[in-house]
Design a protein around this ligand. Structure first.
Ligand code: BG6
Length: 507
């Protein structure tokens, strides 16, 4: 399906990193796949002066460098880049927006676009409100057709600031016109969670506290804070990954089946999960259930790495967390009593996003359980960078009398030749352009997530130096294992099976 009545895409922050690495390559992929059709135009907006020709050259470079479609030497760029123009703009100057409107009208005529306008703000959140106001004042919202605002995280610093930001944006855009990006929701395997859950009769009936012992969600990164120390030192892992990506993944796993597979019904179910999260009610509860860590110097794959406090633009006495793990409960009928263990950190040994669903063990007093220490069944959903699913079961070791061994049925989607999963940004830009907000976060999701996270942040703020350290390249502070050990569980190894497992692969 291509965009029926066309659209103009405005990329504010057109010369920035996000635009170069993700947005232009995504637009090119959509174009290559015919999803944009011919009735589209893109206007890059940023402060620095640039001609259309220079801008088009930047676009081509970014695609060559970052796009999953590798253009060859014979690619005729003209057909694509003629849809792109540049506008140098001081975003505080309303007149500049009026000029932008003129420029847009010309393009709308040229490409036969019916006034639909999508504003993608790849900008710091402090600028969202001012830009929204000036879009209106400059007449950019007077065209016929729809107007949509796409914004990046972070959406606020806490509930209060998020409410303020939302109020300001709402003065210009209605909730249904606002598309808040959480790029994890654009990932292939995150979207696949719904299908795995609701299209398989052997999962959904077991998807509850009668059969599931615990759920583990890991978002591990090998990178440190790179050149983002200034932002990160203010945010920390809880706000950077926890409030958004982590809780969004959790909602996809825990939500009830929606009555229809439409955006509002799905988001209704997700927000119910967030509202059912058991709030920590005291500092002591936070201390008992949440681990807060920061990496010190260490090494990874033979490379020495600096500690967080030595990173560029980071306060040398910083108490910002680069790691957090928590035991969380979803207090509803489906999940009562099932712990969700969630963890995320920078400078961990592997880059991985993985969900492990651990099923309850077979009874130990019956039949095989009496003689053998039967491992629990696992369903593992691998989100990133490897995409796939594996299911761990017990079976007889071939040829033996009655030895039992764990078997892993491993479906590696990303290993299949010919599957080249679309990047999250491709889906999200396309969804926003066709008005599907399923994989964007609604305001009540954002606010409920902040309400939960704020309790943790407040407890930490009361005792800032209570932080556990872990060497770069390790799996985080030791205390993290205790979180599970207290309940008789342990973290399952990520990105690989136990060594004694036999693996059935699809390759
Ligand atoms: C971003 C965070 O939202 O997600 C970064 O701000 C983090 O700190 C990134 O590195 C991780 O995304 P991905 O897709 O690489 O797992």
């Amino acid at each position: 399906m291509s965009l029926a009545s066309g659209a103009v895409f405005f990329i504010f922050g057109a010369t920035g990193d996000l635009a170069r690495r993700k947005l232009y390559p995504a637009i090119y992929s959509l174009y290559r796949e015919g999803k944009l059709g011919k009735r589209f135009a893109v206007i890059g907006v940023a402060r620095r002066p640039r001609t259309n020709e220079q801008f088009r050259e930047d676009i081509i470079q970014s695609i060559k460098e970052f796009c999953r479609y590798k253009p060859d030497a014979n690619t005729d760029w003209n057909d694509f880049v003629r849809h792109f123009e540049y506008k140098s703009l001081d975003i505080n100057n309303v007149d500049g927006f009026r000029e932008l409107d003129q420029q847009t009208r010309v393009l709308e005529q040229e490409f036969n676009i019916e006034g639909n306008r999508l504003f993608y703000l790849a900008l710091a959140p402090e600028l969202f409100s001012g830009v929204s106001q000036n879009l209106r004042k400059g007449g950019m919202l007077d065209s016929p057709g729809w107007h949509r605002l796409v914004i990046e995280k972070p959406f606020g610093y806490d509930l209060k600031s998020a409410e303020e930001l939302n109020k300001q944006i709402n003065e210009v855009f209605r909730e249904e016109e606002i598309y808040r990006i959480d790029h994890y929701l654009g990932k292939e395997m995150v979207q696949n969670i719904e299908v795995i859950r609701f299209a398989n009769s052997f999962f959904e009936p077991l998807w509850n506290n009668k059969h599931i012992a615990n759920i583990q969600i890991t978002l591990g990164e090998t990178v440190g804070v790179e050149e983002r120390g200034g932002y990160y030192d203010h945010a920390g892992a809880l706000r950077d990954m926890g409030q958004n990506h982590m809780l969004q993944l959790l909602t996809m796993i825990a939500m009830e089946p929606p009555s229809r597979l439409v955006a509002e019904d799905i988001r209704d179910e997700k927000v119910k999960v967030l509202r059912s999260l058991r709030a920590y009610t005291s500092k002591e509860e936070v201390a008992a259930n949440v681990v807060r860590g920061q990496y010190t110097s260490g090494s990874l794959k033979g490379k020495d790495l600096p500690g967080y406090r030595e990173e560029e633009s980071v306060n040398p006495e910083s108490n910002t967390e680069t790691y957090f793990a928590a035991k969380v409960f979803v207090d509803n009928f489906r999940w009562a009593g099932v712990p969700f263990y969630i963890r995320t950190g920078k400078r961990l040994p592997v880059k991985t996003t993985e969900v492990v669903v651990e099923f309850k063990r077979m009874p130990t007093n019956v039949y095989l359980g009496q003689k053998h220490n039967l491992e629990p069944n696992l369903l593992v959903i691998r989100v990133n960078p490897m995409e796939g699913i594996y299911v761990k079961i017990n079976a007889k070791r071939p040829g033996s009398e009655s030895d039992i061994q764990p078997l892993a049925m491993d479906f590696c989607q990303s290993c299949l030749v010919g599957i080249n999963s679309p990047e999250a940004y491709e889906r999200l830009i396309f969804d926003a352009a066709r008005g599907d907000s399923t994989y964007f976060t609604r305001w009540d999701e954002v606010s409920s997530a902040w309400a939960f996270v704020d309790r943790i942040a407040e407890a930490w703020a009361a005792d800032p130096s209570a932080i556990e350290f872990y060497p770069a390249g390790s799996w985080g502070p030791e205390k993290v294992d205790e979180l599970l050990a207290k309940d008789g569980f342990h973290w399952w190894p990520v990105n690989g099976q136990d060594e004694d497992e036999v693996i059935w692969k699809n390759s």
